[in-house]
Design a binder for this molecule. Sequence first.
Ligand code: HEM
Length: 388
Amino acid sequence: MTKLSRRKGAATDLNAPLATSVSNVICSLMMSIRFQHEEEEDEVEGERVKVVDDTSGPRFRHFMGLIEEGFRLFATVASVNFVPILKYLPGLKNAYRKLEKNRLEMAEFFQETVDVHRKTFDPENIRDIVDTYLLEIEKAKEEGRGELLFDGKNHDRQMQQIIGDLFSAGMETIKTTLQWALVFMLHHPEAQRAVQEEMDGVVGRKRLPTLEDLPYLPYTEATLLEVLRRSSIVPLGTTHAATKEVNLNGYRIPKDTQVVPLLHAVHMDPALWDEPERFRPTRFLSAEGKVTKPEFFLPFGVGRRMCLGDVLARMELFLFFSSILHVFRVECPAGASLPSLKGNAGVTVTPDPFKVCLVQRPTDAEFLSMGGGGGVSDGSALRYVGGH
Ligand code: HEM
């Protein structure tokens, strides 16, 4: 926030700062790593000031590039799941080759992380998810069941995959939803003002919002729910398969049939939602002003294989979104047109690149210096990479 405020409302593409911040959450939990926001000087209102770089260090930038490319390529090759013969098309063969090359490069990065953890491992001080796995592997070996772990598959290879899955599932989704939230706030300044007024009343102007505030901020929560519904960033969920023949509403689904949950179709069904195209947060509020979620609201899927990270996702979305809107008014740069509401389909549906002006809202105290409650720790116990 402090770094963004230095831009003094100049048009900014938030893609890179959001990618770095969101990555830092999942990377701290998984492997105690944070990436640095790189700073550089820029001319703002005729003055040279330090601002957040539009990119975040070469190593991180490269890493992010691999993830983003992976998401795009994955969508390209998805057609093969339905028409297998397509895999012989030269374009798709190339996409597969590129995906494999990128996967190997990322696996190398993850393996380095596992190796560093192994060298510094202390069973009395479990630092993160990688340590938790290492501890479990140690225990399993001691108890003579090491061979059974991960169905007998290579432990390191499995850890590489888990880190990769959590990182890609936990970063791109949050970043994209936050970008859509900003796009909808630009299109609906009245909703933005309502969120800000609610936070001003509940949180006040001396600190940032915290998770404890969430139950008292129904309009803010409803706005995020409407962003999740309207953007449906994972429109096809993930492909499942029937493990046995089932009968669903009179339809016979044979064993092994692939099942694609059309979450976007559910979220935009006019039989379920009044005027589904319209962005209207109040549809998630009861007459008493309480947050209410119908059972057909499924941004994280449904059932035993629904999103593993939904609790973390909801916390992150709230903290990032509410903090940005509490500190800044989000405006469209002068002369620019509003970003399109039409997304670009990959594994997730992303908005076109866009810039926003973050105009600092008046504060009672200098909470941007992060001295007050709800400030952001510098995570000094964590290992920083990427930005230097
Ligand atoms: C706005 C944020 C997010 C959205 C909208 C979202 C949505 C989804 C959806 C729709 C699925 C498929 C569920 C199904 O097929 O039934 C899924 C699966 C998954 N998500 Fe998320 N997700 C988000 C954030 C996260 C985060 C932060 C993490 C990790 C920390 C995560 C990890 C996963 C994993 C591991 C799966 C696969 C679960 C399985 O197959 O058992 N997601 N997510």
